[in-house]
Design a protein around this ligand. Structure first.
Ligand code: SF4
Ligand code: SF4
Length: 354
């Protein structure tokens, strides 16, 4: 039944297929790959502009149906009303897929909250703990001594995963020049921790270059990127080899993502045209709508739209962004893959023969 609903959703021509919502920009880590954590250090006064529950209700009522909701931050679990936020989103968007990523800072709190989220019974709920390497590398990338907390959170979540049919918990690994060449080492650590069962469900993402991540080497030809490119390519191969999950639909999408991530790293250009603003959008914690999580190009404040006007103006926005090839972030890459039947078919054929 779940698979049927997912397939139906993939085939439907909903204008808005995926929405990424940053529920807060609060964060208690200091990742090298991100600068969101600096936001409220620099401007503490804007924290109280983050949307309250009644405003989130209005926002998602206006947005209407969305197949896939991705919750991000900051650290989403620092919002103590996170379950209420997701309940509102579920009621209004009728989403079939929900995914969240956490840094795993508080294993017990996160597990309790994830249990309540799983009980909302969204057909596919994915929760990933961000782990960026073996202990010393992870702690360096996160800027905080946090590897063991992440592992403990992952262990608790795996137990929940066994209890709820709709829940799928694993880890997310962001490949960057700061941890290049360490994916295989992390997998060995997870085996030693007795966490082999999460490996096939992992998510690999390429580092982002964008306004929220601008402490990064934004030149793809910069010395640190060039020096680590081969190792990053090796991480992609290792993931393809070590984390195979057979013929599952999401495993297939991940393989297509990884295959194209390799192309992106080699050519510094997204391999397929982007559907940002037409089939996917990003909304920040203040209700401002952007085409994607990468571009600092605010489209509109949610207070100024109606459901009808959002659909109309998103067509105009699409003309502006469809030729953009600046990134291969999974937030928009997955919608771009599934909303492009030609690419999907070609990828399936080439993966079948590779
Ligand atoms: S990547 Fe996530 S955990 Fe790390 S600083 Fe940014 S928001 Fe915080
Ligand atoms: S390729 Fe798409 S997701 Fe990436 S920056 Fe351009 S519009 Fe945004």
């Amino acid at each position: 039944m779940v698979i049927l609903n997912v397939l139906k959703g993939l085939l439907q021509r909903w204008n808005l297929f995926k929405l990424t919502f940053a529920v807060t920009y609060k964060c208690n880590y200091k990742c090298l790959t991100c600068n969101i954590w600096k936001k409220y250090q620099d401007q503490p006064e804007i924290l109280n502009r983050e949307l309250k529950l009644d405003e989130i209700e209005t926002l998602f009522h206006k947005i209407g149906k969305v197949f896939w909701i991705s919750i991000t931050g900051g650290e989403p679990f620092l919002r103590d009303d996170l379950v209420n936020v997701i309940e509102i989103i579920k009621e209004n968007s009728k989403c079939q897929i929900l995914n969240l990523t956490t840094n795993g800072f508080n294993p017990k709190l996160i597990t309790k909250t994830v249990q309540e989220i799983a009980e909302l019974d969204i057909p596919l709920t994915f929760v990933n703990v961000s782990i960026d390497g073996p202990p010393n590398i992870h702690n360096k990338v996160k800027g905080v001594d946090s590897y063991h907390k992440a592992i403990e959170t992952l262990r608790y979540l795996r137990e929940l995963d066994y209890q709820f049919q709709n829940l799928h918990c694993s880890f997310e690994y962001t490949i960057s020049p700061f941890n290049a060449g360490n994916f295989r080492n992390l997998i060995s650590c997870l085996y030693e921790e007795g966490l082999a069962s999460v490996v096939s469900k992992c998510t690999l993402t390429l580092y982002h270059i964008g306004h929220l991540y601008d402490n990064y080497p934004d030149n793809p030809e910069s010395e640190i990127v060039l020096r680590n490119k081969e190792k990053m390519l090796r991480d992609i191969s290792d993931c393809q080899q070590l984390c195979s999950n057979g013929s599952s639909l999401l495993g297939l999408l991940r393989n297509i993502y990884l295959k194209n991530a390799r192309n992106f790293l080699v050519h510094n250009r997204s391999p397929i045209s982007c559907v940002a603003s037409k089939h996917s959008l990003f909304i920040d914690p203040y209700g401002d709508i952007y085409p994607c999580i990468i571009l600092n190009d605010k489209l509109i404040d949610y207070r100024k739209i109606s459901t009808k006007s959002l659909k109309e103006i998103s067509r105009q926005w699409q003309l502006k962004y469809k030729s953009c090839r600046k990134c291969w972030t999974p937030c928009e890459a997955y919608p771009s893959i599934v909303k492009n039947p030609k690419v999907l078919l070609q990828s399936i054929i080439s993966l079948s023969f590779s």
